[in-house]
Design a protein around this ligand. Structure first.
Ligand code: DLL
Length: 450
C-alpha cells in the first residue's frame, strides 16, 4: 500500500523521537525579514572588511556596506560567480585565517579548477542544523536509521548529510555512493528507515534490486531525501511507487553551503523551503542581470549567506532556474519551485529552449517508457542547425510494436509541449549507462563530426 501524506507517525515510526522544530523554523515572515536585515547588514560589512575580492568589487561598483539600509538595497551589490571563486583559487575568498577553518570541500566542475569552500566550527554547526531541518521535514525522526548514499569526500553531499542526520538524533549509515551490490546488502541487513542519495541513484538501486529478485517495496525504507540533481514530480511518483516510500527534495550547492540550503516537507510535497534565517534568496533575469524578479516569476536563483564565517557569499549566481513561492509547511520561509534546469544545461534547439527535466516529465507519462534516457546533441557537417536524438529505454516486457508506438508518442508530445522536433531512439532495456550519483543526461557531440 502506498503511504499517504496524512500519516506522519505510522505504527512503524511510533518508537522514534518527536519532530521538534527549531524556533527559527516557526518564525513569521515579518520576524524572518527583520532578522535577515540585521544579518545582511553584518554580512556585507564583514565581507567588505575581510575579503579583498569583495572590497575591490564593491569599490568598483561604487557601493559601500552602509548603503544597505533595507533588504531591497541588496540589488545594488555586485554578483559573485563560480568564476570569481576559481580566480581566487584555492583560499582567496576565505574571510578567516586558515587556522580557523575546520573543514574544506571542493566541487569538481567539469572544466578548469575546482571551487574550494571552507567552514569554521560554527559554520559546520549551522550546516548540520539546516540539514537536520531538511531530514526532519522529509519525515526522518530521532532514532531512525538513515542509509546515506551521497558520496563522501570533497563533494559536500556525503559529509553534509552525515552531520545533519547525527544532529537530528538519527543513526547514520555512512555508505557513500557506488558499490550498488553492497548498498542492497546493507539495506537488507541494517533495515534503515530512510535513505538519502540522488534520485537517479535511487532508481539504479531499485533496478538492481529487481534484477536480483528483491522487491524494493518490501524493504524497510519509508522515507527518501533526494537531491543534488534536477528531478520531476513524475520521477517522484516513479520512486515512491517502486519503493513504497515518501520521497522529498533537498537542495543546496557547495558555494552557498552544501546540501540543506532548502528542504521539502513530506507532508505537503510542494517544493523546498529555503532556510531564510541563513540565506537571502533572489530571482534575477539571467539574460538581464539588472532585473530582479518578483515572487512567482521564473529566473535564476541568487543567494546571499547571512551567517557564514569562513566563506561569506554575496549574491551568488547559482545558474539554477526556479521561482520563489510563499511558505506553507514553514510559513515564514519561502519555497523554491522545482528547478526546471540549469542555465548551462539549457539546450537551444532551433530557437526553442529545452531542459532534460521536461523530457523526463513527458516520457514518464507514457507507460511503456522508462526514466532511463540520454539527450544527444549533434550538428551534421555543413549544417548550421543542431539535431537532438533522445535515446530512451522502454519498460521491460514491452513488445516491439509497443516500443515503436511509445517512441512516436514521445516525439509527438515533445513537439506539442516543447515545440521542437527530435529523433527518438528506443534502445534495449538496460543498455544505457546507470547513475552512480549525479547522472549525466546531455551528451554534446556537436564538436565531433556526425
Ligand atoms: O549537489 C549539494 C547537494 C548534495 C544537494 C546532496 C542536495 C543533496 P554541488 O555539487 O555544488 O552541491 O551542486 C550544486 O546541484 O546548483 C543544482 O544545479 C544541483 N542541485 C542540487 N540539489 C538539487 C535539487 C550539491 N534538489 C548543484 N534539485 C545546484 C535540482 C539540484 N538540482
Amino acid at each position: 500500500m502506498t503511504q499517504t501524506a496524512s500519516a506522519p507517525e505510522t505504527p512503524k515510526t511510533s518508537a522514534f523521537g518527536p519532530a521538534v522544530l527549531d524556533a527559527e523554523e516557526t518564525m513569521s515572515r515579518d520576524e524572518i525579514e527583520a532578522l535577515q536585515l540585521t544579518r545582511l547588514k553584518e554580512t556585507v560589512k564583514y565581507a567588505y572588511e575581510r575579503v579583498p575580492h569583495y572590497t575591490r568589487k564593491f569599490d568598483e561598483a561604487g557601493v559601500r556596506p552602509e548603503d544597505l539600509k533595507e533588504l531591497d538595497d541588496l540589488a545594488k551589490f555586485p554578483y559573485t560567480t563560480k568564476e570569481d571563486l576559481r580566480e581566487e583559487y584555492p583560499f582567496g575568498m576565505f574571510a578567516v585565517p586558515m587556522n580557523e577553518v575546520t573543514r574544506i570541500h571542493a566541487s569538481s566542475g567539469t572544466t578548469g579548477r575546482p571551487t574550494v569552500v571552507g567552514y569554521t566550527k560554527q559554520d559546520l554547526d549551522t550546516w548540520a542544523t539546516i540539514v537536520a531541518r531538511c531530514f526532519r521535514a522529509a519525515g526522518v525522526r530521532p532514532g531512525m536509521k538513515v542509509h546515506n548514499a551521497y558520496g563522501y569526500g570533497l563533494f559536500t553531499g556525503g559529509l553534509g548529510a552525515h552531520s545533519g542526520i547525527e544532529k537530528l538524533g538519527a543513526t547514520v549509515i555512512p555508505m557513500s555512493g557506488g558499490q550498488t551490490e553492497k548498498q542492497i546488502q546493507l539495506i537488507e541487513d541494517f533495515a534503515p528507515d530512510a535513505i538519502c542519495c540522488t534520485p537517479t541513484y535511487l532508481l539504479t538501486i531499485g533496478d538492481a534490486m529487481m534484477h536480483k529478485g528483491i522487491d524494493p517495496r518490501k524493504t524497510s525504507l519509508k522515507y527518501a531525501v533526494l537531491g543534488a540533481e534536477p528531478w520531476t514530480n513524475e520521477m517522484r511518483a516513479e520512486l515512491e511507487e517502486m519503493f513504497d516510500l515518501k520521497a522529498s527534495d533537498i537542495y543546496g550547492l557547495s558555494e552557498v553551503m552544501g546540501p540543506g540550503v532548502a528542504g521539502e516537507s513530506f507532508e505537503t510535497q510542494d517544493g523546498s523551503h529555503i532556510w531564510e534565517d541563513h540565506f537571502r534568496p533572489e530571482i534575477v533575469d539571467p539574460f538581464d542581470l539588472a532585473k530582479t524578479k518578483s515572487d512567482g516569476e521564473t529566473g535564476e536563483l541568487v543567494f546571499t549567506s547571512l551567517t557564514k564565517q569562513a566563506l561569506p557569499i554575496i549574491r551568488y549566481r547559482t545558474k539554477d532556474l526556479s521561482t520563489l513561492l510563499p511558505g506553507t509547511a514553514r510559513p515564514g520561509h519561502r519555497r523554491m519551485g522545482r528547478i526546471s534546469g540549469r542555465t548551462d544545461d539549457m539546450i537551444i534547439l532551433r530557437g526553442v529552449n529545452l531542459f532534460p527535466s521536461q523530457i523526463e516529465e513527458i516520457a514518464l507519462r507514457i507507460p511503456e517508457l522508462s526514466p532511463h534516457f540520454q539527450l544527444i546533441l549533434t550538428r551534421p557537417e555543413g549544417r548550421r542547425m543542431d539535431d537532438l536524438t533522445i535515446k530512451i529505454e522502454p519498460r521491460e516486457g514491452t513488445t516491439p510494436e509497443q516500443r515503436q508506438a511509445a517512441g512516436s508518442t514521445l516525439r509527438q508530445q515533445i513537439k506539442i509541449h516543447i515545440g521542437s522536433s527530435c529523433t527518438i531512439d528506443v534502445v534495449e532495456p538496460g543498455s544505457l549507462e546507470r547513475s552512480n550519483g549525479k547522472l549525466r543526461r546531455i551528451y554534446d557531440l556537436r564538436d565531433q563530426k556526425a
